[in-house]
Design a protein around this ligand. Sequence first.
Ligand SMILES: O=P(O)(O)OP(=O)(O)OP(=O)(O)OC[C@H]1O[C@@H](n2cnc3c(O)ncnc32)[C@H](O)[C@@H]1O
Length: 176
Amino acid sequence: MDFSALKYALGTNNEAKVKAVRMATGSEPVCLSVSSGISGQPLSEEETIKGAINRAKAARLEAGEGFVGLGLEGGLTFDSVHTNQWYLISVCAAWNGEQLSIGKGLAFPIPSAAVDRIKREGIELSAVIDEWSGTAGSNHRGGAYGLLTEGRIQRAEVFRDAVLAALTPFLSSFYK
Ligand SMILES: O=P(O)(O)OP(=O)(O)OP(=O)(O)OC[C@H]1O[C@@H](n2cnc3c(O)ncnc32)[C@H](O)[C@@H]1O
């Protein structure tokens, strides 16, 4: 599969997300600041996927016909069935004008203390992670994955896998 054969319009300038697309496709996306059309802090998988789709479609619309739109969205989801635990998910939507594809990256458990603050104070996950890690802009770098795994997993790597999952049906002959 030649991922670099396609042209990509990415619906953000976020550094971790741009890096993820570079790693997944081996090419440089056109980056466009578009709206996700959802809340700043998605609190369900459904809303997270919706934000990714909105970004992918808006990016392609702005970039034009020859592009595959990519929307990368991070969000939280609660598992009430097995673990009573919140998870961070990283989703990629890909839209080529005809076909929509969704890739879901690693779901990682998020401490309830973080989610309690998000709900109580109306802040976003990045604010909590910035505070806990003593840095700014954590969502452009390792993110919550980086902090919680002490650098073993980076946000860009999780999104890279989500991008590969979303794009593979466009490129692999197994899906034809
Ligand atoms: O610049 P954009 O593309 O908007 O990216 P973002 O990181 O600000 O926003 P997302 O919509 O992907 O994520 C929703 C919120 O969750 C936060 N978030 C998601 N994943 C995170 C991570 O790994 N580390 C820290 N914050 C994260 C993020 O910063 C937002 O406040």
